[in-house]
Design a protein around this ligand. Sequence first.
Ligand SMILES: Cc1cc2nc3c(=O)[nH]c(=O)nc-3n(C[C@H](O)[C@H](O)[C@H](O)COP(=O)(O)OP(=O)(O)OC[C@H]3O[C@@H](n4cnc5c(N)ncnc54)[C@H](O)[C@@H]3O)c2cc1C
Length: 473
Amino acid sequence: MKYNPVTEEILAELREIVGEKNVLTDEEKIEAYSHDETPAEQYAHMPEVVLTPNTAEEIAAVMKLANRELIPVTPSGARSGLSGGAIPEHGGIVVSVENMDEVIEIDYDNLMMVLEPGVVMNSVNEMLEESGLFFAGYPMSVETCYLGGNIAENAGGGKAVKYGVTGRYIMGLELVTPTGDIVQLGGKRVKDVTGYDIKQLIVGSEGTLGIVTKATIKLMPKPTQRVGLLALFKDEETAISTVPKIMTEGGIIPTSIEFMDKLSVKTSCDYLNEHLPYQDAGAMLLIEVDGIKEDVVNSDSEIIGELCLDNDAIEVYVADNHTTRERIWSVRRNIAEAFKVVSPHQSLEDIVVPTANIPKLMPYLDQISKKYDIQIPCYGHAGDGNLHATLVKNPDHSMEEWYKIEEEALVELYEATRDLGGTLSGEHGIGSKRKKYMEMMMSPAELNLMRGIKKAFDPNNIMNPGKIFDMVD
Ligand SMILES: Cc1cc2nc3c(=O)[nH]c(=O)nc-3n(C[C@H](O)[C@H](O)[C@H](O)COP(=O)(O)OP(=O)(O)OC[C@H]3O[C@@H](n4cnc5c(N)ncnc54)[C@H](O)[C@@H]3O)c2cc1C
């Protein structure tokens, strides 16, 4: 597809639509919009212009102009994405929703909230602090990411076992379509089977089907009690086989069940100068339970602790206050940072396999790691099979060697994942980074269905083109 450049005439029209100060062309200012948090420079691409509109109407007018002139438009949130979704792969216009950060309504009667897409996730729960409510569908990047980005990625976090991911809490959306219409999808109705559920199609569509300009989210009663358990096991198999028993034998759905392999724990502990006992255990589960009643949460955590020990855990440590909970969680949270010290060049993956197959994946990781002489730490959400296996460049390899290794090792990792019933991404999305692997996972018929949907929304292929899959002429 050949797109047209943003000319001086078009810039003048854009200034008319969104106002002079919301049109950024200064190279130093717009550089920040050329990349997200994907750790590799090859995905970066400069926009020609960045717009920071204030209303859905302005965005709709921009989309009409972009359609008329065949200019690509890329929606941008906080750019904390890990698959290059907000990067303007074909240049053109970036529409950043950073100015659209109003909380429109907190509806206590319906337990819902209506917000603009530029609201930072953390501020939602801060705002709800006194109300006894909270928004449960946030990812671990809660301090930076925006609601719009979370919806577009269907972000999930450490609490997905119990609370699910962002999509579960999206009740209504206002969307500017790629052709410049403003549509209202869903609303405050808990039940609604009136036609196709387009709202849920937008969730996770990575900004390729429209720009979210408003969202109605569902709120939940806020848990006030929390206990963390750190369970050490001799190997991954023993650790993972314990996970379903917590639910079947214990009858408890924990808030989170995080998994860390030996390499991840050791590197993170070294980085933090942390001395967790049994650093040399083969695998660790970090389990958290939450609720309203202290005695229930305590008894749930005791049951889980006993279950772990009955299933050959070497030791189980209980963290029932903020300080100790923070100590063990910080080991999990700092794994990625710790490996940046080993090498800043990494491929942070987001594969997902059926939970019970996690141990079966480990020998493959070992094999790939030995074959290419690289480290592949593996950690993630054991409760839902979503693992951040990360290929880390060996500092002894040249960049040229690393690019070749990354290319080949990724294919082997994805093949192993697919053969275990898994797929490319559980939460970070496809974006530009994983697009070329889509055919490994999906049949031509499935990809063609997706292309048909894209064409119905975006006949000129101007909305975040080049993401998830390429269109065929
Ligand atoms: C340290 C760290 C931890 C992370 N932890 C998690 C985690 O636990 N779980 C998880 O799922 N992700 C995680 N991420 C990834 C990232 O934070 C999420 O994908 C997040 O949802 C992206 O939000 P954002 O506002 O930064 O969006 P961006 O990166 O700006 O954009 C992401 C995608 O959304 C589209 N988009 C943005 N706004 C809109 C809009 N208004 N309408 C339509 N499309 C839009 C963009 O075009 C792009 O395709 C983490 C990232 C980092 C750096």
